[in-house]
Write a protein that binds this ligand. Structure first.
Ligand code: KG4
Ligand code: ZN
Length: 341
């Protein structure tokens, strides 16, 4: 089945064409084209995403991306299903995608399915750039423990199958990506903060400052990142000449230690065969390296999407749309900012 997917939940406009085959036990995806128009430069002067500006940019970008996709693939006629993100995200931005997708589906005379952005991240490890899905070749995927770490969410799930999961824990305050963004702001680095922190951390000493690892030893799978951010704030206030690289490296280490420790403890407790990492923060090399090493140490396979598919994109929405189609899950075609997984 050929899926045309649209993503507009935040500050990336995404349009993708993905070939999906297999069933609920062995879904396979081939990306025919995935285009993303990033709005980072537009929001950067504001230090974060401005919903109405995002909406305006999505309205502008969607037809351009669709035209580009069709020019390169001439494949709009072969589309079987249109998928669009209905949440979670910024509602004005989500509506833009939904309205566009509704018109498009009507024009193509094809069904339209709503997709959950978080499920897109969750399933994104199934997206190979140009290969056969690695997970599809692995019979021993489940039970799996999945960490979704993005700008708006930090969630640990236990997955028994592709359609059955249980939330083990989540952040009680800031999301992991949000903490990177806020600490970056304290260090006067531009938005989005994650890649900036990672970049300057390379020049710093991760052991220079012993920042707290909130909730790391608690016997649950919840997180708290706002205390860590506040610890950075107090440190900077009392050390006027602090080395920004050391602060960034020490903060990054603390955040990664907590994320990895809890995910691995969940994997051990639930006898996981694999650990799945996704969301914007999954781009972080220290997090990828640490979770890979720790997963393999406890005998788990480790899966993370190719770098390009950690950031918001529409190919991952095609995976969520296909899985929702197979699961017969019908999300309402209306923006739901706080849609849960
Ligand atoms: O998944 P995503 O693209 O959007 C949401 O659904 O939220 O995630 C964006 C978040 C931002 O907070 C950004 O700072 C963070 O992911 N991020 C990173 C890195 N790249 C992006 N955080 C840490 N290290 C990175 N390399
Ligand atoms: Zn996202």
């Amino acid at each position: 089945m050929r899926i045309l997917a649209i993503e507009t939940s935040c500050d990336e406009t995404g349009v993708a064409l993905v070939e999906a085959t297999g069933g609920l036990r062995n879904p396979k995806f081939k990306i025919l084209k995935s285009l993303v128009a990033s709005q980072i430069k537009i929001h950067r002067p504001f230090g974060g995403v401005v919903p109405n500006l995002a909406k305006r940019e999505h309205i502008k970008n969607l037809p351009l991306l669709l035209k580009k996709l069709n020019a390169r693939c001439s494949m709009l006629n072969s589309v079987d299903l249109v998928a669009v993100t209905v949440g979670p995200g910024l509602e004005p931005a989500l509506w833009t995608g939904i309205n566009f997708a509704e018109e498009l589906a009507a024009r193509l005379k094809k069904p339209l399915i709503g997709a959950n952005h978080l499920e897109g991240h969750l399933y994104s490890f199934l997206l190979p750039a140009h290969r056969t899905s690695p997970a599809a070749r692995r019979p021993a995927l489940f039970p799996a423990v999945a960490l979704i770490a993005s700008g708006g969410h930090t969630i640990v799930l236990k997955m028994d199958t592709f359609e059955k999961w249980k939330r083990l824990g989540e952040t009680r305050d800031d999301a992991a990506g949000e903490a990177f963004d806020k600490v970056a702001r304290l260090l006067e680095l531009p938005y989005p903060g994650g890649p900036e922190i990672e970049k300057i951390a390379r020049k710093g000493d991760a052991r220079a400052i012993d920042f707290p690892r909130p909730m790391m030893r608690d016997k649950n799978y919840d997180f708290s990142f706002s205390g860590l951010k506040t610890a950075v704030l107090y440190y900077l206030r009392s050390h006027k000449n602090a080395d920004g690289a050391d602060v960034a490296a020490s903060f990054q280490q603390a955040a990664v230690d907590v994320l990895a420790a809890k995910t691995i403890r969940a994997a051990k407790e639930y006898g996981a065969r694999s650990v799945l990492l996704s969301g914007g923060v999954a781009s972080n090399k220290l997090l990828r390296k640490t979770l890979k090493k720790e997963s393999e140490r406890i005998g788990c396979a480790f899966f993370v999407p190719d770098a390009a598919y950690n950031q918001d994109n529409a190919a991952m929405i095609a995976t969520a749309g296909f899985m929702a189609f197979l699961r017969k899950k019908k999300y309402k075609l209306a923006a739901k900012g706080d849609l849960d997984i």
